[in-house]
Write a protein that binds this ligand. Structure first.
Ligand code: SAM
Length: 211
């Protein structure tokens, strides 16, 4: 497993997805095999999304690397993740923000949230809080956030998330611009408004918003 993990990370560096050594170290530390169903453990270090139950997926490692690089995660950051899924992405971010930072992660499917919470606790991630609910509304009690990462595709950028981002903060979010066509946005909040950079076409499960 360790050799497969090392090879995956070497490839992600060679392909340009991992740029900073901190990201390589964070991904080296997190055991992805413990975030996928037991029968798929042998595929944990293939660069592909995998099913995690309830019709959802754990994102491919290159997408996790790409998103944390785009969000410029740093030690001490307070991060909000929408779409906990398996908890893997949250664990990678917890490594990057360190004990002086914190990751709040929201999942709408209670069974997935519960499983992620147990895994993260067993692995000793005390700087992650797993919440159940509609993440498109954010989590106002801990706002504002340095970074917000959304791991499901929204029809439009939720207003509540923009509000809960710090000035100078970064949000990375897939947006379905047209049916079947999603683009990953990097949004920087400035004192004057928002700067939106369109990064690349992507394929995420939909963000399900409550009415
Ligand atoms: N980050 C995850 C990981 O590391 O395993 C992968 C997330 S998966 C691609 C997207 C997740 O977003 C799914 O688990 C889905 O249930 C969740 N989701 C969709 N809409 C949501 C919403 N409004 N609030 C919270 N979670 C949502």
């Amino acid at each position: 497993m360790e050799e497969k993990k090392r090879e995956l990370i070497r490839n992600l560096i060679a392909e340009g997805y991992i740029k900073r050594k901190e990201v390589a170290e964070a991904m080296m530390k997190v055991p992805r095999e413990l975030f996928v169903p037991e029968e798929l453990r042998h595929m944990a270090y293939e660069d592909t999304p995998l099913p995690i139950g309830a019709g959802q997926t754990i994102s491919a490692p290159h997408m996790v690397a790409y998103m944390v690089e785009a969000a410029e995660l740093r030690r001490g950051d307070k991060v909000l993740e929408v779409g906990t899924g398996s908890g893997y992405h949250a664990a990678v971010m917890a490594e990057l923000v360190g004990p002086e930072g914190h990751v709040y992660t929201i999942e709408r499917i209670p069974e997935l949230a519960e499983r992620a919470r147990e895994r993260l606790k067993a692995l000793g991630y005390n700087n992650v809080t797993v919440l159940v609910g509609d993440g498109s509304k954010g989590y106002p009690p801990a706002a504002p956030y340095d970074k917000i990462i959304v791991t499901a595709a929204a029809k439009r950028v939720p207003e509540a998330l923009l509000k809960q981002l710090k000035v100078g903060g970064i949000m990375v979010i897939p947006v379905e611009e047209e049916p079947g066509y999603q683009v990953l946005y990097k949004i920087i909040k400035t004192p004057e408004g928002y700067v939106i950079k369109k990064l690349l076409p992507v394929a995420f499960v939909p963000l399900i918003e409550e009415e």
